[in-house]
Design a protein around this ligand. Structure first.
Ligand SMILES: Nc1nc2c(c(=O)[nH]1)N[C@H]1C(S)=C(S)[C@@H](COP(=O)(O)OP(=O)(O)OC[C@H]3O[C@@H](n4cnc5c(=O)[nH]c(N)nc54)[C@H](O)[C@@H]3O)O[C@H]1N2
Ligand SMILES: Nc1nc2c(c(=O)[nH]1)N[C@H]1C(S)=C(S)[C@@H](COP(=O)(O)OP(=O)(O)OC[C@H]3O[C@@H](n4cnc5c(=O)[nH]c(N)nc54)[C@H](O)[C@@H]3O)O[C@H]1N2
Ligand code: SF4
Ligand SMILES: [Mo]
Length: 720
């Protein structure tokens, strides 16, 4: 057995569960990952990615030297460059001087509306706080967003409308204290595996009853007391019909409604039309199941709702999330241990990036940019003249790309995101990437988006820097430098500070907003001075175990569950709802609904997992299709199929399985050679601006092996 020089505790870089890891290091090389049995989040359990998926750090395709494109790129003619020969290795000095020159040139010519930035839910709180500070304080723009927009944006908007907050109300592990919990639009065995373990234990060891509402027969259905196999996009009718039953059968919590909520009458009358019969017609779910689910949830002592992307990633995602919030308010299943409204957040630090202000409508701490008092607070913190900060809401990720044209956004800075795999309707996204005047990529790899860049800034990975991540249940945990940054790569926070200083000196405001930090702990302290929820967090306090926000003071123990006394907006608000169909509904030409998402071994567009051992575990794109649909279309298990939507077509192999229900096919959006987002629609929810990733309509036809091979070659590919 290899003996470690040191064993360093840190936090998993993959999903929002935020498992505690121990990295075993010998000669500056990580050779093993374990987890302590007393770890607060995961009790020694890890999924395959946490335990084995870290080797991307050492992948030979990783970029560890700053690069500038050899051929200057022109708007409209920008090309993708994966190949080493198309880039020039440069010093940090040259890369940052060049980047500062180009950004300042565009800013001075076109002003703040020409500047935009994508922050990174994989990077630390400190990295994200500084990047949004750079664009807000220096370029005076709120065009700051990140992948939360493509993720839980509608859950966040709905929670803010109804409650005034935007996070999971309870701790995931409290699921064992539930009598009944609803799991909808969430496939935790693949996407939040350690929370799935806790859910299984809740059912098997603690006697909780589980209600699954999902258009796919996910593994958790095996643990469910009730399974409601809904048609994609029919959540509002189903959950509102549950409310209808609860109202009609007097199963609601009148005391809670009177003491803690408002707008009940308008809501209750809007529920009248949502009869179980109506919901059955729209959703395909037997009305008796809906009635049973309503009674089971309403009569629980402790009921909770867990949800993920099947709810928000919809053109009516905000309404979907409101239909869940209405149910919790109606029954009073919120504000106590073992209850709650729990959107399972996705990326390791999407909660933290949002808290740190990586969003276009809010400063850090969800302080609206268009409220004068907030702007003043940050002007003072960042030493900016009164009135200096931009008071206008910025553009969201999808709006930023749509605004790329002369007179609109000209320069885009991407820290650790990959819109060329993750945005919907990629043919449209590609055109917009080509139209940019200047693109910076700050990443570990040249991904499909970075390949369009003018300059590449090599970032250190999570194992090569210090910082904090905030997990899905609001726990702020330490990320520790375990090995030296590979090659010349540098931690994101250092790159940003170095660049911001160069830009400020060109604008004759040398170091005015302050960029001279010695350590990320100073950055978190700066943020905490203006963000009350983080005011009590110091690195010393989270050495052993993370703290759950809000942590308002230095002696505050953290907050496992929220709203015990009051809601942030005072009374929680019920919302009246209407049924709105998906942007696209099946028809003769496109008879099937395409649902997209993830599998256990993959991470999103594959930049990390395809540069890891994980790639060997699930190496080829597959489309799940129900045996009945497959038989009707003459498709055999493993045979190639062409999938066509109104926006594009891809060829991949079919997997015939009852995991998906009749009428629904499922494709992970992981493979560039069969990129599901060539098919998806860029129609968005009007309030949250989140795209409808879970319901594009498609036609599936048999294809040949030759077509499969040809299609693979026609996609942008290649690794650096
Ligand atoms: N292995 C792995 N884990 C991950 C990720 C990853 O890439 N790989 N990504 C992380 C991220 S960023 C996120 S946001 C989370 C996402 O976590 P999930 O949301 O669990 O992930 P998806 O695979 O998108 O699954 C969405 C679920 O919604 C269901 N669904 C689809 N349409 C509807 C509908 O109309 N109504 C309802 N009620 N349900 C519907 C799908 O069948 C599926 O079960 O996962 C995180 N964890
Ligand atoms: N069809 C379809 N599309 C979807 C979804 C869906 O369900 N269906 N889900 C959406 C959702 S929920 C999400 S969250 C998005 C995710 O979309 P993205 O955020 O675009 O995807 P990732 O692959 O997670 O990108 C992370 C990038 O960060 C880099 N990186 C990792 N660590 C660091 C670091 O410390 N510093 C820096 N600078 N870079 C780093 C990685 O190399 C990688 O390039 O996809 C969305 N797209
Ligand atoms: S469940 Fe999530 S946080 Fe835990 S090991 Fe797996 S990917 Fe990492
Ligand atoms: Mo996500």
């Amino acid at each position: 057995m290899l003996k470690a020089d040191k064993v360093v505790p840190t936090t998993c870089p993959y999903c929002g569960v935020g498992c505690n890891l121990e990295l075993h290091v010998r000669d500056d090389f990580i050779f093993k990952v374990t987890s302590p049995f007393n770890s607060v989040v995961n009790h020694g359990n890890l999924c395959v990615k946490g335990r084995f998926g870290y080797d991307f750090i050492y992948n030979k395709d990783r970029i560890t030297v700053p690069l500038i494109r050899k051929q200057p790129q022109k708007p409209g003619q920008r090309t993708q460059a994966f190949d080493r020969s198309e880039w020039r290795e440069v010093s940090w000095e040259e890369a940052l001087e060049y980047t500062a020159d180009r950004l300042v040139e565009i800013y001075q010519r076109d002003g703040s509306k020409a500047m935009a930035v994508y922050c990174c839910a994989k990077a630390t709180n400190e990295d994200n706080y500084l990047l949004q500070k750079f664009f807000r304080a220096v370029f005076r723009t709120n065009n700051v967003d990140h992948c939360t927009r493509l993720c839980h944006a509608a859950s966040v908007v709905a929670l803010q409308m109804a409650i005034g907050s935007a996070a999971m109300s309870n701790t995931a592990a409290e699921v064992k204290d539930c009598d009944v919990f609803i799991l909808t639009g969430s496939n935790p065995t693949e996407n939040h595996p350690i929370i799935a373990l806790q859910m299984k234990a809740a059912v098997e060891k603690h006697g909780a009853k589980l209600i699954v509402v999902d258009p796919r027969r996910i593994e958790m259905v095996n643990y469910a007391s009730l399974y409601l196999p809904i048609r994609p996009g029919s959540d509002v009718p189903v959950f509102s019909a549950m409310a209808h039953v609860i109202l009609k059968e007097n199963l609601y919590n009148l005391r809670f409604i009177e003491e803690r909520t408002e707008n009940f009458e308008a809501f209750a009358s809007s529920m009248e039309k949502f009869t179980p019969e109506f919901a059955e017609q729209i959703s395909g779910v037997d009305r008796q199941l809906i009635i049973q689910a309503a009674r089971m949830y309403a009569t629980a002592r402790n009921g909770a709702i867990f949800w993920a992307l099947g709810i928000p990633e919809s053109t009516h995602g905000t309404a979907n999330a409101l239909s869940l919030i209405n149910l919790a308010l109606l029954t009073g299943h919120v504000g106590r241990k073992g209850t709650g409204l729990n959107p399972l957040r996705g990326q390791n630090n999407v909660q933290g990036a949002s808290d740190s202000g990586a969003m276009p409508w809010h400063y850090p701490g969800y302080q609206a940019v268009d409220i004068e008092e907030n702007a003043r607070r940050w002007e003072e913190a960042w030493h900016i003249e009164p009135g200096g900060l931009n008071r206008q809401r910025g553009l969201t990720t999808t709006e930023i790309l749509a605004a790329v044209h002369p007179g609109g956004v000209r320069a885009l800075y991407i820290m650790g995101e990959n819109p060329m795999m993750s945005e919907p309707n990629l043919n449209h996204t590609r055109k917009k990437m080509q139209e940019l005047e200047f693109l910076v990529a700050q990443d570990l790899f040249i991904n499909e988006s970075g390949a369009f860049a003018d300059v590449f800034l090599p970032a250190a990975s999570w194992a090569e820097k210090d910082g904090t991540f905030t997990n899905t249940d609001r726990r702020v945990q330490r990320v520790r430098q375990v090995i030296y940054p590979r090659g010349q790569s540098r931690p994101d926070w250092q790159i940003i500070c170095d660049l911001a200083k160069r830009v400020e000196s060109r604008l004759n405001r040398p170091n005015s907003a302050y960029w001279d930090y010695n350590h990320p702990s100073e950055v978190l302290e700066e943020m905490g001075r203006c963000v009350p929820d983080y005011a009590g967090i110091r690195y010393e306090r989270i050495e052993e175990m993370g703290l759950q926000t809000p942590v308002p003071t230095l002696d505050h123990p953290g907050t496992p569950y929220l709203y015990s006394e009051r809601f942030p907006r005072g009374r929680a608000k019920f919302h009246a709802l209407e049924y709105v169909p998906n942007a696209e509904m099946p028809d003769e030409d496109y008879p099937l609904v395409l649902s997209t998402g993830r599998v256990l071994e993959h991470w999103h567009g594959g930049t990390l997992t395809r540069h890891s051992w994980m790639d060997d575990l699930f190496p080829e794109a597959l489309m799940d299709i129900h045996p009945a649909d497959a038989a009707r279309l003459g498709i055999k298990d493993g045979s190639p199929v062409r999938v066509t939507s109104r926006r594009g077509a891809i060829v991949l192999r079919a997997k015939v399985t009852t995991k998906t229900n009749i009428g629904v096919v499922f494709i992970p959006f992981h493979f560039r050679e069969a990129a599901a987002n060539l098919l998806t629609t860029d129609a968005v929810d009007p309030q949250a601006k989140i795209p409808e990733y879970k319901a594009a309509v498609v036609r599936v036809t048999p294809a040949s092996e030759e077509e499969l091979a040809a299609d693979i070659d026609s996609q942008p590919r290649g690794r650096y």
